[in-house]
Design a protein around this ligand. Structure first.
Ligand SMILES: Nc1nc2c(ncn2[C@@H]2O[C@H](COP(=O)(O)OP(=O)(O)O)[C@@H](O)[C@H]2O)c(=O)[nH]1
Ligand SMILES: [Mg+2]
Length: 285
C-alpha cells in the first residue's frame, strides 16, 4: 500500500460523526465541490480583494491551476496542486472577502468554504500596508479555526513606505504563525510552504487569539443557542459561529435555517454532473 492510500484509509477509519476529524473534513470539502482524491491536505487561500492571493497561488502552484464552478453557483474557483515534504496539497484560491458576514455571493462562497468545508489549513493573505483593515477578517477566521496562518504580503511596498511591521510580535499577539512575503517576487514562499506544512501535519499547534469579554449572560445565551442549532443540524461544523450570527439577528442565516439551506451545506449529495466535472478537471491536470 502506498503512502497516499495509507493516509486516505487512516482518515476513513476514524470514527464518523466528529465534525473536526480528517474524514469529516474531507467529506465536507467534497460536498463543497473539492475532490479529495489523491490529495493529503487542502489549503484555502483567503483574504481581502487585491492583497496578492492569486499571486501567492501562482507562486505555489507554478500556474498549475484548473478552474471550476462551485456547486450550484456561478462563482469560479481556481484550484491547483503542489507537493511538499512527502505530502500532496490541493490549494483553493477563494474569492476576496472583507468579512465572514457574506454580503455578496463571492463572500458567501469564501465563508462557506472556510466555515463548513473545514480545509486542513487556511492561509489568510493580508496587505502589510493596510493591516488594520485586513485584521478584521483575520480575527473572524481565528474565531472559527486553529488551523490558520497569516501571510503578511506586499512587504516590499511596506518597506518602500517606510513601514516596519513587526511580524514576530504580530504572531505572538494573534497566536498563529505569521510569514512575511513579497509574493510578486517570490520572496518568503519557502517559509510559507514550511509554515503550511507544519500547520497541516499538526507540528504547529496554534492558540489563536479570541475576542474576549463574554459576559455570563452572553455565555449562557451562546450555549443555549449552540444546543438548539446542534439539535437541528447535528453534523454542522462550527455551530458556535451559526449561534453567534443568530443572536446577532443575521437575516441571511435565519433564512438559511428556516429554508433548510443550511442543511444542504451539511447533507448535500454531490450531483452526478458535478462529479463528471471533477473527473474532467482531474484528467486535464
Ligand atoms: N509590489 C507587490 N505587488 C504585489 C505583491 N503581491 C501581489 N502584488 C500585486 O498586487 C496586485 C493584486 O494581486 P492579486 O494576486 O491579483 O490579488 P488578489 O485579488 O488577492 O488575488 C497584482 O498587481 C499583483 O501583481 C507583492 O508582494 N508586492
Ligand atoms: Mg485573485
Amino acid at each position: 500500500m502506498d503512502n497516499k492510500t495509507e493516509v486516505k484509509n487512516k482518515s476513513a477509519n476514524l470514527a464518523d460523526g466528529c465534525a473536526d476529524c480528517p474524514a469529516s473534513r474531507a467529506a465536507n470539502l467534497l460536498k463543497l465541490g473539492v475532490d479529495m482524491k489523491d490529495w493529503n491536505y487542502v489549503v484555502a487561500l483567503a483574504g481581502n480583494p487585491n492583497v496578492g492571493k492569486s499571486t501567492v497561488f501562482n507562486a505555489l502552484t507554478g500556474l498549475r491551476q484548473h478552474t471550476g464552478n462551485w456547486p450550484g453557483k456561478t462563482v469560479t474557483r481556481a484550484e491547483g496542486g503542489f507537493e511538499y515534504g512527502d505530502a500532496k496539497y490541493k490549494i483553493v484560491d477563494l474569492p476576496g472577502t472583507y468579512s465572514l458576514l457574506a454580503t455578496s455571493l463571492d463572500e458567501e462562497v469564501a465563508r462557506n468554504f472556510i466555515l463548513f468545508g473545514q480545509p486542513d489549513v487556511t492561509v489568510v493573505v493580508v496587505d502589510a500596508n493596510r493591516l488594520e483593515r485586513n485584521l478584521n477578517l483575520v480575527l473572524q477566521i481565528l474565531e472559527i479555526t486553529d488551523r490558520v496562518l497569516v501571510c503578511l504580503n506586499l512587504m516590499d511596498e511596506a518597506r518602500r513606505h517606510g513601514l516596519d511591521v513587526d511580524h514576530r510580535r504580530l504572531a505572538r499577539d494573534l497566536g498563529v504563525p505569521v510569514v512575511p512575503t513579497t509574493a510578486r517576487y517570490g520572496e518568503g514562499m519557502d517559509d510559507l510552504l514550511e509554515a503550511v506544512h507544519e500547520v497541516a501535519t499538526g507540528k504547529t499547534k496554534s492558540k489563536p487569539y479570541k475576542v474576549k469579554a463574554e459576559s455570563p449572560a452572553l455565555k449562557h445565551a451562546i450555549t443555549t443557542m449552540v444546543e438548539k442549532v446542534t439539535a437541528l443540524y447535528p453534523d454542522l461544523p462550527n455551530p458556535r459561529w451559526v449561534a453567534l450570527r443568530l443572536l446577532d439577528g443575521d437575516e441571511d442565516i435565519i433564512t438559511a435555517i428556516k429554508s433548510g439551506e443550511l442543511a444542504d451545506l451539511v447533507n448535500l449529495d454531490v450531483e452526478e454532473d458535478e462529479v463528471r466535472e471533477l473527473v474532467l478537471i482531474e484528467k486535464t491536470a
